[in-house]
Every structure is written in C-alpha cells, then in structure tokens.
Design a protein around this ligand. Structure first.
Ligand SMILES: Nc1nc2c(ncn2[C@@H]2O[C@H](COP(=O)(O)OP(=O)(O)OP(=O)(O)O)[C@@H](O)[C@H]2O)c(=O)[nH]1
Length: 347
C-alpha cells in the first residue's frame, strides 16, 4: 500500500485540469464550431459545413467517451488528433472567405493543455511543419492566401507556440514543486518523528478515506493492536533515552517483519496499530504471533547489558469500511485481555 496519498492527490489535481480543458474544447469549441457551421450548411457550402459540423460532432463524442470510460489520457489524445486534423483541414480549405488563418491561434495552446509540455511540443512542431509545407507550396491546397499574410501568420504562430511552451513548462515545473512540497508536509504531519512510522493522524487522514474509496483493496482488513509490556518499568530503570531506543528498534522490527502492503502505526506512547490488508483472522493471528515471537527473541543492548522486551497483542478483522473504529476498539479490548492473561501473548 502507498502509505502517503499526496502524490495521488496531485495527480488528481492534474487530471481535473485536463478534464476542464477537454470539456472546454469539446463543449465550448464544439458548440461555437457547430453554430459557425450551420449557416454554411444552409448556404450550400457543403465542404466547409461538413468540416465544421464533423469536427463539432467528434469533439462532443470524445467528451462523451471520457464520461463513459473515465480514460482521460486516451480522450485527450483523441481530442488532440481531432484538433490537429481540424487545423490542417481548415488551413487546406481556407474557411469562410479565406479567413482560416485567423482561427488557428487558440489550437496550439489547447494542445499544451491536452498533452502536457513534452508531447504538445512534439505535436505542435509537427503541425508547424505541416502548415509550413501547406502555406509555402500553395498549389497543393484549395485555399488562396496572400504571400505576405502567410509569412506573418506563420511567424506569429511560431512565436505563439514558443510562448505557450515556455508558459506551460514553468507551470508544470511549479506544479511538480508544489506537489513535492505538499507531499513532504503531509508526510511530516502523518509521521511519528521518533520511530518514523505513520501516526494516528495518518489513520484518519489517509487510511480511512482510502478504505472508504476502494474497500476491495483492503477488506478483510486485519487489525492488530500492540502494546509493549512494562514499558514504564523500563523507562524508570534505564531512563527515557533507553525507552526511545527500544521504541525505534520495535518499529524497525515491524518494518522488517511485515509485508509491503501492511502498515504499522505508532498511535500512542508504547502503543502500535498494525493494519493487514486482505487478511482473515487466522492469518492475522499468525502475523501477530510472528511479530510477538521475534520481539521476545530480540536482544536489546541497554546500557551495555542485554535486555529482552515483550509486547501484548489484540487482534480483530474489519469486514466493512464503516466498521474501522469499532474494529480498532475490539482489538483494544483483546489487547486488554492479553495483558490480563499475563502479557507477551496474542489474543
Ligand atoms: N521513552 C519513552 N517513553 C514513553 C514515550 N511515550 C510514553 N512513554 C512512557 O511509556 C510508559 C507507559 O506506561 P504504562 O501505560 O503504565 O504501561 P506499561 O508500563 O507498559 O505497563 P503495561 O502496558 O500494563 O505492561 C509511561 O511511563 C510513559 O511515560 C516515549 O515516547 N518515549
């Protein structure tokens, strides 16, 4: 399990941005192109009307495809291909009274929004090359542009692509920096500074929301509550620093013993909660027993003398996303029973 969620949240923010651009291109541009195309249909300009109405329809179909599948990457790629096709076809045709060149400017910017800096730069460069070929070999195209118009248009389009590329490059870079900063803040807030394990806040801020979002990834969720035995005595006898060293060593043992998808959190002084995704009670017991035995057999050198530390464990299993708190409470009760029954055991 990815313990910290900020990376995924940053990706969601970026996905939202691309979704807005896709919707803007599809709904706004699609509608404008449709309204622009209808009069040409009425006036019998079939070629231009088909180009405009066909583009408008395919824009709307692409956004419908996205709403059906949720596949933003593919939807943006399809939309980008349509944008490029529309631009080239419009330049070829010339549009209404050969005014096509005036309508092209927004589209390189749209490509940056849909594809990201790298892919949009490649796409825009190819489009520029294709436009250059079309404009500077006028015999190949249907439209008739004035030579001075094509040169100025092309120069300003190149500047536009460069400006949009620079703008998007720095926007993307600051987005990455901000998400890295957010990730590090989130990690700090959700991490116990002594043991570097996730803390109680992590459970509320990250684990529980994820359990609610994707319960199948977790359920049945094994819960083990663990509490070091006679820790006060150890602190009193050897000092707080020795107690801290033991806590760090216990955290290290958890990391070494548990699976990658399991999460051990430090929830209180000498109290830990271990979450075992997709684990039934029998296996929860086996894991807790393995941790218990490993801890009991570990020798802690405290002030130069070997020392042994034990812990008690309470186990439970969460079968539905709404039951997490109740399951943790039950594991706590089981821990109490383990303490009552003599400590250094799993109940
Ligand atoms: N070194 C150290 N000690 C801590 C920390 N947090 C809590 N403690 C100590 O942990 C001890 C917990 O003691 P108790 O709750 O009485 O539990 P216990 O002595 O382990 O007894 P049982 O749980 O019944 O076996 C207290 O002395 C706390 O001061 C910490 O971060 N570092």
């Amino acid at each position: 399990m990815n313990v910290f969620e900020s990376q995924a949240q940053a990706q969601n923010v970026d996905k939202d941005r691309r979704q807005y651009i896709l919707s803007f291109v599809s709904y706004i541009s699609g509608t404008v192109i449709l309204l622009y195309g209808l009069p040409h249909l009425m006036s019998g300009n079939v070629a231009l009307a088909s180009l405009l109405l066909g583009t408008s329809l395919t824009f709307l179909l692409t956004v419908a495809y996205y709403h059906r599948t949720g596949d933003i990457d593919l939807a943006c790629k399809i939309e980008a291909v349509l944008v490029v096709g529309f631009v080239l076809a419009l330049i070829y045709h010339g549009g209404h009274e050969n005014t096509a060149l005036y309508w092209i400017f927004p589209f390189p910017v749209i490509l940056f929004g849909l594809l990201g800096v790298r892919n949009a730069l490649i796409g825009n460069t190819l489009v520029l090359l294709a436009i250059a070929v079309m404009l500077f070999t006028p015999d190949w195209i249907h439209a008739e542009y004035r030579p001075e118009e094509t040169t100025r248009f092309f120069a300003s389009l190149v500047i536009m692509v460069i400006a949009a590329g620079i703008n998007d490059f720095f926007r993307e870079r600051s987005h990455h920096k901000m998400s890295a900063l957010q990730l590090s803040r989130e990690q700090q807030a959700n991490t116990d500074p002594l043991t570097r394990l996730p803390n109680r806040r992590f459970i509320d801020a990250s684990l529980e929301p994820r359990l609610n979002q994707t319960p199948d990834e977790f359920l049945p969720l094994g819960v083990v509550m663990c509490d070091i035995d006679h820790f006060k005595q150890l602190n009193d006898q050897f000092g707080h620093q020795a107690g801290d060293d033991v806590l760090k060593e216990v955290a290290r043992l958890f990391r070494k013993t548990l699976r990658r998808q399991d999460v051990a959190c430090r929830t209180g002084g000498e109290e830990f909660l271990i979450f075992l995704p997709r684990t039934e009670l029998t296996d929860v017991h086996i894991v807790a027993e393995k941790v218990r035995a490993k801890l009991a057999n570990t020798v802690f050198p405290i002030r130069g003398t070997p020392h042994r530390v034990t812990a008690s464990f309470g186990t439970a299993v969460c079968h539905s996303s709404g039951e997490l708190s109740a399951t943790v409470e039950y594991a706590d009760e089981q821990l109490y029973n383990a303490k009552k029954a003599g400590r250094n055991r799993v109940v």
